[in-house]
Design a protein around this ligand. Structure first.
Ligand code: B12
Ligand code: SF4
Length: 433
C-alpha cells in the first residue's frame, strides 16, 4: 500500500523573521526523490501565499517576492529574558494546523523541516500537535538543527532523525526506493511565486564561523540536467523569483553556474535570480558578471564581513577588500543596479576587537553599494563557537540566536548604534532603482 506522508515546515519562534526567499528546500527535495512513490500533503506555516496570509495587506510581497510573515507576540524564553526585544511566533496560526490534521485524518509518516538551530521551539510545537491529532504517525526530523544539535534534537520526541546529508537511513526507514534524478516536489503548493535551487554542495573555504566545510566535505556540483528540470518546473508553476541556496555558487563557475545560465538563456526560461547566501566576490570576473546579469540576476549579496586584513586572515581569507571592489566594478559595468548589490558584514563576531566594523561599513559605502549587518549566530561545532562559550551556554540552542548574541557581546546600545549607522550610510547612497 502507498504510504501517506505529511510534510511540515514549522513556525518560527524568534525576535525577528522575514521572508528572505525562505523555502523548506530540504523537505521538498526529499519529497521530490520520492515523487509518485508515496501520497504527499504539505503544511507550510511560512507560506505567505496561503489564503490566510495572502489577504493581509501588510504581508504583501515586495517586487522580488520577499515580505513579512504573519506573527503574534509571545513571552521570551526564560534564558533570553534579558534581551530587550519582543519575542514572536511567526507563521500561520496554530489552530489552522490542528484543523488541517483533523480534516486529513491519519498519515503514516510526518517529515518536519528544521532550519536554524535556535528555531527548535517551532519544531517542538509541531511534534506536540502531531502526537495529539495524528498519534499513529511516525515523526521524522531532518535539516540543519538536527545535524548541528543532534543530541538536543533527540530530546524533542521524534521517532527518527536524519543527520547530515546521507539519506540512505531515511530510505530504509520509509522502505521506499528514491529516484535521485527527480527535482523537488514544488507542485505541492497551490500558488507559488518564489522557488529555490541549489546547483552544488559544499564550499572550498574553511571560515572559522561556518559549519559548511565540516558537514558537506569537498565541493561537489549537482547534476546539471536535474537542476535544469527543476528550474523548468518552477517556471511552469508560475515562479517569478528564484533564490540560490548554494554555499559557493560561483566556485568552478565554468563547470557549474555558467553552463546552467547559458542553458536557461538558450531555452529562454525567465525568472529573476537572487543570491541571498553570500557570493564569493573573488570569483566575479567581467564575463561572469555579464552572463549573470543577462540570465536574470537582479540582486547580488556579497559575503564580505570585514575590511580588516587581520580579521580576514584569522577567519579564513575568503575575500579581500580589492576583490570586493573589483567585483562591484564588474557587476555595475555589466548593468547590475548598485542599489541591488549588498555586502554582508558580521555584527557581534567574538573577534570584533580587530574587525574594524565601522571602517568596513564606510569602505563598503564608498564603493557605492549597500551594506547589511549580518547578526552573528554562533554555530555549534565551528572553531569560533568554542570562543563563544565565554559568553553563552552553547549547549542551549536558543543562545545561538542571531539577535541575542550581538547584544550579549556588545550591549544593546552599541548594537543599535552600529545598526543606525548602517541605515544612515545606506540612506546616503544615490537611489538607482
Ligand atoms: C539557505 C540558507 C539561508 C537562507 C534561508 C534558509 C531558510 N529556509 O531559512 C538565508 C540566506 C535567508 C539564511 C539566513 C541566515 N543563515 Co543560513 N543557511 C542557509 C544554508 C545555505 C542552507 C539551509 C537550508 O535551507 N538547507 C536545506 C537544503 C537546502 O540543504 P540540503 O543540503 O539540500 O539538505 C540535505 C540534508 O540536510 C537533508 N535535509 C535537509 N532538510 C531536511 C528535512 C527533512 C525532514 C529530512 C528528512 C532531511 C532534510 O536532506 C537534504 C538532501 O539533499 C545553510 C548552510 C548549509 N549548506 O546547510 C546556512 C545556515 C543554516 N545559515 C546559517 C546562518 C548563520 C544564517 C544567518 C544567521 C546569517 C546571518 N547572520 O544573517 C541567517 C539567519 C536568518 C534568520 N532569520 O535567523 C548557519 C546556521 C546558524 C544556526 N545557528 O543554525 C548555516 C548552517 C550556515 C553556517 N554559517 O554554518 N540562510
Ligand atoms: S566561504 Fe561561506 S560557505 Fe564557505 S566556509 Fe566561508 S562562510 Fe562558509
Amino acid at each position: 500500500m502507498t504510504s501517506k506522508i505529511l510534510l511540515v515546515n514549522p513556525p518560527i519562534y524568534d525576535f525577528a523573521a522575514y521572508d528572505f526567499w525562505l523555502k523548506p528546500y530540504g523537505l521538498l527535495s526529499i519529497a521530490g526523490y520520492l515523487r509518485g512513490k508515496a501520497d504527499f500533503i504539505l503544511f507550510d506555516y511560512l507560506d505567505r501565499l496561503h489564503p490566510f496570509a495572502a489577504k493581509q495587506k501588510k504581508l504583501e510581497s515586495d517586487r522580488w517576492g520577499r515580505g513579512r510573515f504573519y506573527c503574534e507576540q509571545i513571552p521570551s524564553p526564560a534564558c533570553l529574558i534579558q534581551i530587550p526585544r519582543y519575542f514572536r511566533r511567526f507563521g500561520l496560526p496554530r489552530t489552522m494546523f490542528k484543523n488541517f490534521l483533523v480534516r486529513e485524518e491519519q498519515c503514516d509518516f510526518v517529515l518536519i523541516q528544521t532550519t536554524m538551530t535556535y528555531w527548535y521551539q517551532g519544531v517542538q510545537e509541531v511534534i506536540e500537535d502531531i502526537r495529539k491529532f495524528c498519534p499513529e504517525a511516525k515523526i521524522i526530523l531532518g535539516g540543519n538543527y538536527v545535524t548541528l544539535c543532534s543530541s538536543h534534537a533527540e530530546r524533542l520526541g521524534a521517532d527518527f532523525l536524519v543527520q547530515g546529508v546521507n539519506l540512505e537511513p531515511l530510505w530504509e526507514y520509509l522502505n521506499i526506493k528514491p529516484d535521485m534524478r527527480q527535482p523537488g516536489l514544488w507542485e505541492l503548493y497551490e500558488k507559488l511565486n518564489v522557488g529555490v535551487l541549489k546547483l552544488s554542495d559544499g564550499c572550498p573555504f574553511t571560515c572559522s564561523y561556518c559549519s559548511v566545510p565540516k558537514i558537506y566535505g569537498k565541493f561537489k556540483s549537482r547534476p546539471l540536467e536535474r537542476s535544469l528540470a527543476e528550474f523548468e518546473l518552477l517556471a511552469k508553476q508560475g515562479v517569478e523569483n528564484v533564490a540560490f541556496y548554494d554555499d559557493a555558487l560561483l566556485f568552478e563557475s565554468g563547470k557549474v553556474l555558467q553552463p546552467f545560465l547559458e542553458e536557461i538563456l538558450k531555452r529562454d526560461i525567465k525568472a529573476n535570480l537572487h543570491s541571498p547566501n553570500g557570493l564569493h566576490a573573488r570569483f566575479i570576473t567581467r564575463e561572469l558578471a555579464e552572463l549573470m546579469v543577462k540570465a536574470g540576476f537582479k540582486t547580488f549579496y556579497l559575503g564580505f564581513e570585514s575590511a580588516s586584513f587581520r580579521w580576514q586572515q584569522q577567519t579564513g581569507l575568503k575575500v579581500s577588500c580589492d576583490e570586493l571592489a573589483e567585483a562591484v566594478e564588474h557587476l555595475t559595468a555589466a548593468g547590475a543596479d548598485p542599489w541591488n548589490i549588498t555586502a554582508y558584514q558580521i555584527l557581534g563576531h567574538p573577534n570584533w576587537g580587530i574587525q574594524q566594523l565601522e571602517e568596513s561599513m564606510r569602505f563598503v559605502n564608498r564603493l557605492g553599494i549597500r551594506g547589511m549587518l549580518a547578526d552573528f549566530s554562533p554555530v555549534p561545532g565551528t572553531p569560533d563557537s568554542e570562543h563563544c562559550r565565554e559568553w553563552v551556554d552553547m549547549d542551549e540552542p536558543l543562545f545561538h540566536n542571531k539577535t541575542a548574541f550581538p547584544i550579549i557581546l556588545l550591549g544593546f546600545d552599541e548594537t543599535n548604534r552600529l545598526k543606525d549607522l548602517q541605515r544612515r550610510l545606506n540612506r546616503n547612497l544615490p537611489l538607482c532603482d
